[in-house]
Write a new protein. Sequence first.
Length: 286
Amino acid sequence: MEVIESVRRMQERAEALRAQGKTIALVPTMGYLHEAHLELMRIGRRHADTLIISIFVNPIQFGPTEDFERYPRDPEADLKKAESVGVDIVFMPGVEDMYPEGFQTTVSVRKLTKHLCGLSRPGHFDGVCTVVAKLFNITKPHIAVFGQKDYQQLAVISRMVMDLNMDIQIIGAPIIREPDGLAMSSRNAYLSEKERTSALSLKKSLDLAQEMFWQGERDAQKIRDEMVKLIQSYPDTEIDYVSICDPITLEEVSELGDGTLVALAVWIGRTRLIDNKVIEVQDTNS
Ligand code: PAF
C-alpha cells in the first residue's frame, strides 16, 4: 500500500494509472476509520482495478463553532485498517497543499442544500462539494463510493457530478450499524456511556416511523410528533431536525408513501448525530 501526501504526486500517479488502462475507485474519508468506512472500501475494491482512499479532515466544511479541532484522528490505525481491506493508495494531503494561499473557489449546489443539515450547518455542503470536486480532480476516479448515512451529502454530490458533467459513477452504500442499531460514525467516539444509550433514540424513532407507516399512518405531522416524543424521552437529547421529505428534492412532505425519506439530526450532549431511513412498504412474503 502506497501513502501519498503531495497533491501533485497523487495527480501524476492517477494519470499514470489511467494511461495504463486501470480503473480507479475513490473512497473519500476524514479518517478515524471504522467498519462502515471499510465497507465502502470493500465496495470500491470490487468495482475497480485500483482503490484509492483519501484521509483529510477538511477544514472548510466545519463551521466556526464546530468540532474541526477536536475531530478524532488516528492516522496510524487508519493505515493498518486500510491495508487490511486491500487499499492500494492512501492519499493524505496537508491543509496547505489542498488550500494554498489565494485559494478562493467554491462549488455550491443551490437547492438540495437548503434542507436538513444545510439549515443548521450553513456553508457545510459548499465545503464538502469543493473538497470532493478537488479530490476528484486529484485522484481521477472512475467511481466513488459514499455512505447513505450522509443521505443529503450523497444527494448533493450526485447532483454536483450530474450538473458539472463529471465522468464519475457515484455509488451509495447502505448504512452500517452497531449491533444495537446505532449508525456507525467517527463522532460516536465522543459519546459517554450514558450518552451512548440516548444515541439509540435516533434509530428507535426511525423504526417507530416505519412501524407507524406499516400500521397505516400516513400523516407526516403525526409521525414526526411521535418521533419527537420518543427522542425527548431520553436524557441529554436536543433535536436539530426531524424531517419527513421527498427522497429526491429533500422537500418536506405532508404524507408518507413508499420511498419517503425520514431523516434526523439530534444533539446528544455536545455531539450531533444524524441518521435516516427510506420508508418501505411491508414485505407480505415474510
Ligand atoms: O463524509 C465525509 O467523511 C466527508 O464529508 C467527505 C466526503 C470525506 C468530504 O470531506
